[in-house]
Design a protein around this ligand. Structure first.
Ligand code: ADP
Ligand code: MG
Length: 242
């Protein structure tokens, strides 16, 4: 079975700034990859390249059968297969939770209203927020809003989910409830790549940890690699408590 995501020797520049330098990794179906590393090491850029939000200068990226670097790439088809959630929730404030979730399925996939409402119900149950369907985002906590943002992505029935530091803006208790949702998703077999500073979560849930340093995959392995770093850079990073 071919991997869901495959990066081969990816190079990415912003002008003269080299941000990704020969990045290669794969994620199998049902795999959970945790990308860790210092600020500025290229984690977000790598995720954005996977979803074709950034173009690359060299190498190849294959995602769910799409050749992402191909000029003929069907971005719309790619983005139906790939959900992405950021640190900021970006919910529409004037729409209810349910309307926020129904928007993409009805507009992008042309699914009928009642089917979209059923979908919204299912994904809200999945993130434990069934009772909030008729509320507006501002009536929810940050953690609840982030769970709605995850539910909104799930409503598109993606084959791959990308998470970029989705708990960084939340206090520890709210972080816990969002991590729980992500752990449930992982256990349910969702293929995921998450950029995170939550080392305990990476250790426990990730099938693969990818430590990025200066735009390169510096070390990669199972969660246990965090307990026995091979490079001084990872030892330092883990030791810094980040
Ligand atoms: P991380 O997510 O690991 O903190 P990023 O991928 O956001 O790192 O950034 C990697 C490097 O690329 C940083 O030096 C950052 O300043 C730079 N960078 C990110 N996005 C842009 C952009 N749109 N234009 C120019 N430089 C950028
Ligand atoms: Mg980042």
């Amino acid at each position: 079975m071919s991997p869901v995501v495959k990066l081969r020797n990816v190079h990415k520049y912003f002008g003269a700034l080299k941000v990704l330098e020969g990045v290669s990794f794969e994620v199998e179906r049902g795999g959970v990859a945790a990308v860790i590393g210092q600020s500025g090491s290229g984690k977000s850029t790598a995720l954005r390249c996977i979803n074709a939000l950034e173009t690359i200068q060299d190498g190849t990226i294959e995602v769910c059968g799409h050749a992402v670097g191909d000029p003929k790439l069907d971005r719309r088809a790619l983005r139906q297969d790939v959900g992405i959630v950021f640190q900021s929730y970006n919910l529409f404030p004037h729409l209810t939770v349910e309307q926020n979730i129904m928007l993409a399925p009805t507009c992008v996939k042309s699914i009928g209203k009642s089917e979209a409402r059923d979908l919204a119900r299912d994904v809200l149950a999945q993130v434990g927020l069934s009772e909030k369907a008729q509320q507006y985002p501002e009536q929810l906590s940050g953690g609840q809003q982030q769970r709605v943002a995850i539910a909104r992505s799930l409503a598109m029935q993606p084959k791959l989910m990308l998470f970029d530091e989705v708990t960084s803006a939340l206090d520890p208790q709210l972080t816990g409830e969002v991590l729980k949702v992500m752990e449930d998703l992982a256990r349910g077999g969702m293929t995921m790549i998450l950029v995170t500073h939550e080392m305990a979560f990476a250790r426990k849930v990730a099938s693969q940890v990818i430590y990025m340093h200066k735009g390169q995959v510096w070390e990669t392995g199972p969660g246990s690699m965090l307990d026995a770093p091979k490079t001084p850079e990872l030892a330092n990073f883990v030791g810094s408590g980040l």
